[in-house]
Design a protein around this ligand. Structure first.
Ligand code: OAD
Ligand code: ZN
Length: 247
């Protein structure tokens, strides 16, 4: 039975370790569209065309147009109170917070978060499509035609540093370690549709003897709602600033 909280607070004591997973919903109040809403990104662009290796092979120009537009929108947006609340939490509990985002925007960093993992990649980086070993490139440019697509020194094209469907999310070993040792898992603004992120709540509870307390924050129940200890219904920017009670 999922508890719908009357009082919305999460108590953090000195022995707690907190794992926070964020999704597109945390950037919604910054004006960035989520993926699965009726007006969401996947409504305008079929996933297969812009977020799969096959889509890239078929039409790299369209892929770069899509992520260039995402870059422009992210550049024009600002962090909101939810991003700032997580940056503040890091200031207060330091390395006892582990922040993992599925988002490719940089709003967590711009709000002041220093330690975080982008498990689905980063919008403002590009890399060699051939994985030749060349380092990631910081890249905030827009590429709108096939002729503008930048090339790696090895002669292959540069692609967005985004994890597409069919590819393996980044830093999974570190993520697994942090889930194993957290005592509190807080998931914010994600529909629970994409694995492995949607499974984190199950992993955090699966530890025999000491399951983590698990919370979801968002305006509607995610698909994996029944797995959470508590669902806190509301917008991230309204709930997060007063959510954490630190002892
Ligand atoms: P979705 O678009 O699937 O879900 C967004 C979630 O945010 C929904 O559950 C909304 O209820 C919630 N939401 C909307 N407004 C909110 C607000 N103000 N505060 C809190 N929550 C709000 O996006 P994700 O679950 O993040 O992957 O999508 C997961 C992955 O699928 C993405 O990282 C992306 C996508 O395909 C890649 O591109 C690799
Ligand atoms: Zn290369």
């Amino acid at each position: 039975m999922v508890e719908h909280a009357a009082t919305d607070s999460i108590e953090i004591t000195a022995s707690d370790r907190v794992f926070v997973l964020t999704g597109a919903g945390i950037s919604a109040e910054s004006g960035l569209r989520t993926f699965r809403d009726s007006n969401g990104l996947w409504a305008g662009y079929p996933v297969e065309t812009v977020a799969t290796p096959e889509g890239w092979d078929a039409n790299p120009e369209l892929v770069w147009q899509f992520y260039s537009q995402r870059r422009r929108e992210a550049q024009a947006s600002q962090p909101n109170p939810a991003h700032r609340a997580l940056a503040e939490l890091e200031k207060r509990i330091g390395e006892r917070l582990f922040l993992c985002t599925q988002n490719v925007d940089n709003l967590h960093e711009r709000a002041g978060s220093q330690n975080l993992i982008h498990m689905h990649g980063e919008l403002f980086r590009s890399r060699c499509e051939a994985n030749c070993g060349a380092p990631l490139i910081e890249d905030s440019h827009s590429y709108n035609s096939i002729h503008e697509i930048p090339m790696c020194a090895c002669g292959s094209r540069l692609r967005p540093h985004i994890v597409w469907f069919g590819e393996v999310p980044l830093e999974m070993t570190r993520i697994q370690t942090e889930i194993d040792r957290c005592s509190i898992l807080v998931v914010v603004g994600t529909s629970g549709a994409v694995h492995p992120a949607a499974s984190f709540v199950h992993w955090a509870k699966a530890r025999r003897g000491n399951p983590a307390r698990t919370y979801y924050v968002g305006p509607e129940e995610p698909l994996n709602a029944s797995a959470f200890t508590r669902i806190i219904l509301g917008r991230a920017g309204e709930k997060l600033p007063d959510l954490f009670e630190i002892f």
